[in-house]
Design a protein around this ligand. Structure first.
Ligand SMILES: [Fe+2]
Length: 180
């Protein structure tokens, strides 16, 4: 089993719903209005809503449309993190966190591509969707509960400002007018 397969094999996030809520509350408290962390937290919530919309869709056409919306925000958000935030983790002495973050997002991208091949109203589709949702939820928990809190604490103010404008620039470049 490859590293990517192992990462995606964690269907059910090991942490509880309660722990995820606590991590998010802590991250919200650490964020400043409009900064990179607050933007990311908002995007994480939009991704969660987009996953729910795919699951709730009642026809193949609406499910495929919802999946496209999910893919746009997930890819835009991931690309912006990979171009801006994970390199900052490396600079801030969080190399192992950055490596794990890249690996997990590569796995999610792979699985999203495989999801496109499945019949949208099939059980296989729903199983894979849940698989990806669980893996993304765990990834988000790691970011909000640890990696990004440390980055928020350890990076000088000027670097934080730069991070905000660069994250926004990369996210908007991909998501643009399609913002959800
Ligand atoms: Fe993220």
């Amino acid at each position: 089993m490859s590293v990517v397969d192992k990462v995606i094999a964690a269907v059910t996030p090991p942490e509880s719903e309660e722990s995820r809520k606590e991590a998010r509350a802590k991250a919200r408290a650490a964020a400043r209005p409009g900064d990179w962390l607050s933007l990311i937290l908002t995007h994480h919530q939009q991704i969660e809503a987009a996953f729910a919309a795919v699951k709730l869709a009642e026809t193949a056409a609406t499910r495929v449309a919802a999946q496209k919306k999910l893919a746009v925000i997930l890819t835009g958000h991931s690309n912006a993190e990979e171009s801006v935030i994970y390199p900052a983790l490396t600079v801030a002495n969080e190399k192992s966190h950055a490596a794990m973050a890249y690996t997990e997002q590569a796995a999610a991208k792979t699985q999203m591509a495989l999801l496109e091949k499945l019949a949208p109203m099939s059980q296989d589709y729903l199983d894979k969707l849940e698989h990806i949702r669980g893996a993304v939820a765990h990834h988000v928990y790691e970011e909000e509960g640890k990696w990004f809190l440390e980055l928020r604490e350890n990076l000088p103010a000027a670097d934080q400002t730069k991070l905000t404008s660069r994250y926004k620039e990369e996210f908007d470049r991909y998501v643009g007018a399609e913002a959800v």
